[in-house]
Every structure is written in C-alpha cells, then in structure tokens.
Design a protein around this ligand. Structure first.
Ligand SMILES: C[S@@+](CC[C@H](N)C(=O)[O-])C[C@H]1O[C@@H](n2cnc3c(N)ncnc32)[C@H](O)[C@@H]1O
Length: 267
C-alpha cells in the first residue's frame, strides 16, 4: 500500500522539489541522479502529475547550487556539521555524505513523520522534529565542536518578512562565525506566483520578498556569495545540460531569472 500524505499547506510544497528530482533522475542527462526520489514518488500516495512547469527543473538546479556550497565546505572541513533547516524529503545527506560529516535534518513534526517512513537516524545522521523558528535545535547542533554549515532551501520564502528577519537574527547571534546558505526571491518572483503552474496545484504562497540579499547584513548575515540560475558556480554549471546553461545564461539579465538567488552568508 502507498504511504498516505497528511501535510500542512507549506509542508505540502516539499512534494514539488521531490517530484522535480524524480523527473530529473528519469531524464537522459540527469543533474542530481537522485534515484531515491523516484522510489519515494512511487511509494507516496499523491497525484504528482499535477505539478508542471519550469519550477520542477528549477528546484533541481537550485539544489545543485546548494550542493556546490556544501561540497566546498566539506572539502575544507570534512568532519564539519551540516544542518538542513526545513529538509522536506531531501536526499542531500545521501548525495554528499563523505563518511565523516555530522548531519542534522530538521523539519516540522508532520513532515518529519512522513520522512521517518523512509529515512533512519544513524551515528552521523539525526532527524529533528521542530520548527526553524523555535530555538530548541540550537543546543542540539551547538553541542558539537567545530564549524557548522546551516542551510535553508525554499523554506523562509513562505514566511512574513518580520518573522524571517527575527529568526535570522537569532541564528546569527547563536552561530557566530559559521556559514548559512539560503535562497531569496525578489518582487518579480513574488508578484508572479499565480502564473507559476506549480502554485496552481498547492495552497501555500510565498510571502517574503527580498530584492537585495546584501540587506540581510542588518540581521547579522554578511553576504559572501550569491548565485542566480544564470550564474551558477563553475563546477555546478558544468553538471547542467547545455539547454539550461544557454537559455538561463541568455535570460540572466531579465528580472524573471535574476529575482531568485541562492546566497552564502558568514554569520
Ligand atoms: C518547498 S519545501 C522545501 C523542502 C526542501 N528544503 C527541499 O528543497 O526539497 C518547504 C519545506 O519547509 C518546511 N517547513 C515549513 N514550516 C517550517 C518550519 N516552521 N520549520 C522548518 N521547516 C518548515 C516544510 O515542511 C517543507 O519541507
């Protein structure tokens, strides 16, 4: 029997990148090669075909940009700590595990209950049921010595600006000197959600508009790198099919492409 899905509105959006990664894995030239995503899609009782449009490929490309940042971090700190805040059904630990990293995946209880149907804790991998907005997870992560890489992919976009700035400030104060990767969406992206076919299939809408990731300095986040789909890291872009590289490179100056960014900050 397939696994039923009982998720809140924002939580349901995790099924979009999951399906995107499964579609990518089935493609002739796959970016992430995430066969596990195919297994999960096949095992979950949900009509994934309702998700259409460029956001599916976009979720794969953005995941590869985040992966690139974490690979760089692990090259420098092989036994460092990685924390994925709002992990959904991400398979990133499986993709990037180097045999030494200590990894925490955090998500809210209903998502975590679904995740636990498919994933298990191990000596270096721990799932935490909780909210990014509660500080409970800080102590669990900070118990471990050494550098920490925090990431939050397609999560904070769904929350009001005041809540996002408040939580980022608290994280920056607690993890001073560590690294955080998160994505931001400018007004062009936020104002065009109704035209995005994947949003016709779900109830949740994005709320946090951020045109300038550098402005997060006010919350204690120093911007060290920022990537749009037109300008991925070289090693990451090399894994993308030519059609994406040419198309997105050519559209790089249009607000539709430049409004979305994956950013790296020093806290
Ligand atoms: C679009 S999905 C992204 C999932 C994953 N990061 C990925 O890219 O595949 C949004 C995620 O935010 C999670 N989420 C919603 N509210 C949250 C909260 N308060 N704290 C942590 N995660 C939350 C949802 O459960 C869901 O997994």
């Amino acid at each position: 029997m397939k696994v039923p899905v009982e998720l809140g509105d924002v939580q349901e959006t995790l099924l979009i990148p999951l399906y995107g990664r499964a579609q990518d894995a089935r493609a002739h030239r796959s970016v992430l090669g995430d066969r596990r995503a195919v297994e999960l899609v096949d095992a979950i009782d949900y009509d994934f075909r309702r998700f259409r449009g460029p956001a599916l490929a976009g979720s794969v490309l953005r995941a590869s940009i985040f992966d690139g940042y974490i690979r760089d971090f692990l090259a420098e700190h092989p036994d460092g700590t990685v924390v994925d805040l709002g992990c959904g059904l991400s398979t990133r630990f499986d993709r990037l595990d180097n045999g030494d990293v200590r990894w925490f995946d955090l998500d809210v209880p209903d998502t975590m209950a679904l995740r636990r149907r498919f994933f298990e804790d191990s000596d270096r991998y721990t799932m935490i049921a909780g909210s990014v907005f509660d500080d409970g997870w800080h102590d669990v992560v900070a118990e471990r010595p050494g550098p920490v890489f925090l990431l939050s992919e397609a999560v904070l976009l769904y929350f009001p600006e005041a809540e996002v700035l408040d939580v980022l400030g608290r994280i920056a104060r607690r993890f001073v000197g560590d690294t955080l990767a998160l994505d931001t969406g400018g007004a062009m992206m936020m104002d065009n959600q109704e035209r995005n076919p994947v949003f016709r299939a779900v109830t949740a809408r994005m709320k946090w508009t951020c045109d300038d990731p550098g402005s997060l300095a006010a919350a204690g986040l120093e911007l060290v790198d920022s990537r749009s789909f037109a300008r991925p890291q070289k090693t990451v872009g090399a894994t993308w099919p030519w059609k994406y590289r040419i198309l997105l490179g050519a559209m790089g100056f249009t607000p539709m492409v430049s409004a979305y960014k994956v950013n790296l900050f020093r806290l």
